[in-house]
Design a protein around this ligand. Structure first.
Ligand code: WT7
Length: 646
């Protein structure tokens, strides 16, 4: 791995919110006096009723309980909208850049307040009350932010499902949190192509009587089926209500949102975040990690369907009164210059994207970057997966022309906000390292037995104490929360990631150590892909692992055993790929399928995934001990027929 060190550039150091000494001082205080530190930081929000307690948390597996500011009351929408609408009504809150380069608009904080309030009144008119869950299945249009903030305004709990998920995946997530109301659009638009969102909702809710209202935002104006009594066009409903909707006082520990995410086993989990601690953390990290200065234009290219969109397109930036750019399209439409064209068009200062996007644009060549100016750029960010040093260097040298620090931010859906990251004015950078912990975050590296390892070392990444932005529970299943995160290593939050720490105390995330794979920065449980495959009538058994993929980071490698008598043909291979896309969504498409008459199993019938991973990685000369297999000869067949990824 690269050990180049990039010091803080002088022009960044001169204006940064914190330098290295200040970081060390603030960090030390944040962990030695969490009540003092977070109590002060919570002052960045407007509280309706001030809190008297700050931290009240326990990682003890017999009693996992996470509470912050527990007797305080606030409203997230009032903090993200109303207070800025009062102070800076004409300031642009959201710059929306449509899929088509000719399509963009700006929404001021005053306008945002009206839109959010109107949306909230429509929800109320459809019976939504405090604590009710509302599922959003929307494209990247301003209405997505309005709907999120409208839920927050009236105490409803949103659950956003990424628009790339299939009707089945959507249905499972609607059911998983029992939403009576679903908000969608007629169609989405991405890279010039239409996405049939409403049709997908129809298929998803056909068997779900729990859904009583579907609100349809008109995006393309395409004709869609409308079920009488259940489906309503949002604009028609919006015309019936006022723009006056007072925000409801919420307890700091009332739920704000649920976001389903894949784990190593079973169905996706509903990660639950609450209002007070989450917003304090999203706001603080957005300000310090991106060194956000008032007036700057900030762009995070994620989709609101993922946690990055929640914390760093909507809640963090808007809590800070920032101008946040929301992009509907894709990096390569109409050309692979699109990101940089948008940077110039809107004079973006801070740009936050994923390594997979960087790698794909790298492949399109430097000329497409160089024809744009990018002079407005000051800070670059990376999130979602480890960034390989080559992509880091290209991002730094070609996109940032060597002058913009790159903040490589490590975090998870569960963590609510960034946990390990450089701060632009404080941290010398090493390409590929997420560097140091954020304020209040206490990472540790443990061995398989849970012993904390000191100094330069490698092992599993845990966090030893609570931070305000962390998830509170798995919706409806606290036991699963405890089991998943607090039982592997007693008294510690287990991240599921492997990690190395170097002699300078820098953290290097090495990837998941569980059966979760990271495809283009999207998290995928191998168990989900396996259950989709075995649902196909011709498939008897399937085992799915990740393998290194040049663009996606990890690709999906599936070993499939067919039913007796079925022929392993190319046609069937394509059919299975299409099947998984239909069952889960395009992000779960297997890249490689190997038809294998047998899978390596122990005598007790457990599939030895370690062996399958090695074969998929092409490192089959280090398979380790195969003598415990029920039938060691299957391994020779697997190696012989392995899929060539080159
Ligand atoms: C997993 C969490 C956090 C928002 C996007 C993904 C991996 C995330 C990095 C990074 C190395 C990273 C980890 C983590 N990951 N950021 N900067 N360097 N790995 O959220 O879907 O919950 O996935 O993404 O493996 O556990 P998520």
């Amino acid at each position: 791995m690269s050990e180049n060190v990039f010091p803080v550039p002088p022009q960044i150091a001169a204006n940064a919110l914190v330098d290295q000494a200040k970081y060390e001082e603030m960090y030390a205080r944040s962990v030695s006096d969490p009540n003092g530190f977070w109590g002060e930081q919570a002052g960045r929000l407007d509280w309706i009723k001030p809190f008297t307690k700050v931290k009240h948390t326990s990682f003890d597996p017999h009693n996992v309980s996470i509470k912050w500011f527990e007797d305080g009351e606030l409203n997230v929408s009032a903090n993200c909208v109303d207070r800025h609408a009062a102070a800076t009504p004409d300031k642009v809150a959201i710059i929306w850049e449509g899929d088509d380069p000719g399509d963009s608009k700006k929404i001021t904080y005053a306008e945002l307040k009206d839109e959010v309030s109107r949306f909230a009144n429509v929800l109320k008119a459809h019976g939504v009350k405090k604590g009710d869950r509302v599922t959003l299945y929307l494209p990247m249009i301003p209405e997505a932010a309005y709907a999120m903030l409208a839920c927050a305004r009236i105490g409803a709990v949103h659950s956003i499902v990424f628009g790339g998920f299939s009707p089945d995946s959507l249905g499972a997530r609607i059911e998983g949190c029992a939403s009576a109301v679903v908000i969608t659009a007629d169609e989405g638009l991405r890279g010039g192509r239409k996405v049939p969102l409403k049709a997908n909702v129809d298929a998803a809710v056909a068997k779900l009587p729990v859904v009583t209202s579907v609100l349809v935002v008109r995006r393309t104006g395409g004709a869609v089926a409308m079920t009488e009594g259940r489906d309503h066009y949002y604009d028609v409903e919006a015309a019936k209500v006022s723009t006056d909707c007072p925000p409801l006082a919420m307890n700091a520990e009332d739920p704000l949102f649920i976001l389903f995410t894949s784990g190593s086993t079973g169905q996706p989990k509903g990660v639950l975040h609450t209002t007070g601690g989450y917003l304090v953390y999203a706001s603080l990290t957005h300000q310090y990690v991106f060194d956000y200065h008032p007036g700057e234009i900030y762009w995070c290219t994620a989709d609101v369907g993922w946690v990055t969109g929640h914390s760093y397109i909507v809640y963090g930036p808007l809590a800070n009164g920032a101008t946040t750019l929301m992009f509907e399209g894709i990096p390569t439409y109409p050309t692979a210059s699109r990101f940089w064209d948008v940077v110039d068009k809107h004079q973006v200062n801070i740009f936050y994207t994923a390594p997979t996007a960087i790698r794909s644009l790298m492949g399109a060549g430097e000329a497409l970057v160089q024809k744009t100016s990018r002079k407005s750029l000051r800070i670059l960010g990376s999130v979602g997966e480890p960034i390989n040093p080559e992509a880091w260097m290209w991002y730094h040298n070609v996109v940032g022309e060597g002058r913009c620090p790159i903040v490589d931010t490590w975090w998870q859906t569960e963590t609510g906000g960034i946990l390990i990251t450089p701060l632009p004015g404080a941290t010398a950078l090493k390409p590929g390292s997420a560097t140091r912990p954020f304020f209040g975050v206490q990472p540790a590296i443990v061995d398989a037995e849970g012993k904390i390892l000191e100094g330069a070392t490698e092992g599993n990444l845990v966090i030893t104490d609570a931070w305000p932005g962390m998830m509170r529970t798995v919706f409806g299943d606290h036991e699963r929360f405890v089991q998943t995160y607090f039982s592997a290593y007693k008294g510690m939050y287990f991240t599921g990631d492997g990690c190395r720490r170097d002699a300078d105390g820098y953290y290097w995330i090495t990837g998941r150590v569980d059966d979760v794979i990271n495809v283009s920065g999207h998290r995928m449980g191998t168990a989900e892909v396996e259950s989709a495959l075995v649902a196909h009538p011709k498939v008897a058994e399937a085992a799915v692992v990740g393998y290194p993929h040049d663009l996606k980071g990890q690709g999906i490698y599936a070993y499939v055993t067919l039913m007796t008598g079925e022929e392993p043909t190319e046609v069937l291979r394509k059919e299975l790929v299409a099947w998984v896309r239909k069952e889960i969504g395009p992000i779960a498409s297997p890249d490689l399928i190997q038809f294998s008459p047998g899978l390596p199993k122990t005598r007790s019938g457990k599939i030895m995934r370690r062996i399958l991973r090695k074969i998929a990685e092409d490192s089959f000369d280090s398979l380790g001990d195969t003598s415990t297999l029920a039938d060691p000869t299957v391994v020779d067949d697997l190696i012989e027929h392995r899929q060539n990824r080159h």
